[in-house]
Write a protein that binds this ligand. Sequence first.
Ligand code: ADP
Ligand code: MG
Ligand code: ZN
Length: 482
Amino acid sequence: MTTYEAVIGLEVHAELLTESKMFCGCAVVDSTTADPNTVVCPICLGMPGVLPVINRRAVEFAIRVGLALNCQIATTNVFARKSYFYPDLPKGYQISQYELPLAINGWLEIDLPDGSTKRIGIRRAHLEEDTGKSIHVGGSSLIDFNRSGVPLLEIVTEPDIRSAEEAEAYGRKLRAILQYLGVNSGDMSKGVLRMEPNISVRPVGSNELRTRTEVKNLNSIRSLARASAVEIERQIKIYESGGTVTQATLGWDEARGTVVMQREKESAHDYRYFPEPDLPPLVISPEWIEEIRRSLPELPDAKRNRLIELGLSAYEASVLVADRPVADYFEAVLGSGAEPKKAANWIINELFARMNKAALPSESIAQTHVTPAALAELIALVDRGTINNNAAKKVLDALFERGGAPAELVRQLGLEQTQDTALIEAAILKVLEANAAEVTRYCNGEEKVLKFLIGQVMREGRGKFPAELTNALLIEHLKKRC
Ligand code: ADP
Ligand code: MG
Ligand code: ZN
């Protein structure tokens, strides 16, 4: 039987977080919360006779992304009209770039679950404008033009991706890079970052490019992974039963976990691209490109390597850098004096667990009640022996629930460790009396009994006995009995 492999190329649309729109002075707002049609003007409404003006900041953001994706930046750019009619595109065309995109020939390195990496080629990235938004209510359709004219960067890969897992890894890495560059929030649920995989399959070993389909409407990285896997399977089944795949645009039904046929795909000539006569060629000076290159922030791969040098495992480092808000939070905890390994452990194993339980996504970490300074203080309380690990987890529960100062919570919850040796020794004597057989075994050289005995004593202390001191006192008392 033939084994198949997937061939995937991703098209990603990222809205750019500029203050104003691509070709007019209207503000860029959160189109999921702003009142509809409140930030519009004749230009972004597509009135006849108006003239677009290129947003310099949007060009700068696009160059940032191009450089971060190792692309060549074109010094001469031409905008083009991509003609098609949609109710949310009243001009009848979208201003985009066609033959001369802003960035070409780059690559991005993805991290795979088995710890390996792979380079995915970036074919092009070009600037365009977003369309308005249609909202279907009952039998009617409403249109909101707030989004119309928002700067949009389309980033297209080579068909280098070979599985749903690789598509997911690409999506995660690209989202992180855009967040780090400060050009996009990465919030796919709001539609500001949209990922569309083009998918075909072929027998392993062949290098043909078979007919592809394109899946739209994916609003999370998870849907990108799931939809890709489902579509790959669907195509394999078609070939296995002797059929052929037809080129099409598909939707994704998240609830059912299936793809839905939307329309047969248009090809480039249907769009009748031609140079936009209202805009002069956009010339970018090499000096400007170099200036932007020098101002690029530390990107996810570099940050991951730096965290590994601080003593974190590759896994911990990759988890912490995957989302910019998480990376910033981690660094803020370090800034408040915590040791890197401990901070990583408390965030990944404890804070994330509580956020998961509360159904909070990791990127909302800065909105929890646990401030970086509070987490650092909690770690310091454990380091100083004021509380033990178990007590610290209880304090974290309280912090997560209602916030506050860890030291104050320790007092409120009565979790402070005692320094009263008489109290500890009383508990030790009680445990040794009750476990005479274990004491004899210990004296006969069975060291592992110690662990059991210390557990019993700590239980007596209800979290208030400091581990080291208690351990030392217990050994002292045991020796006396041997
Ligand atoms: P269009 O502009 O019509 O969408 P492109 O040639 O720009 O087409 O390709 C869009 C995406 O599809 C790119 O990411 C490309 O790598 C990918 N792609 C092209 N051919 C195939 C194929 N046969 N199978 C899977 N992906 C493909
Ligand atoms: Mg396309
Ligand atoms: Zn406008």
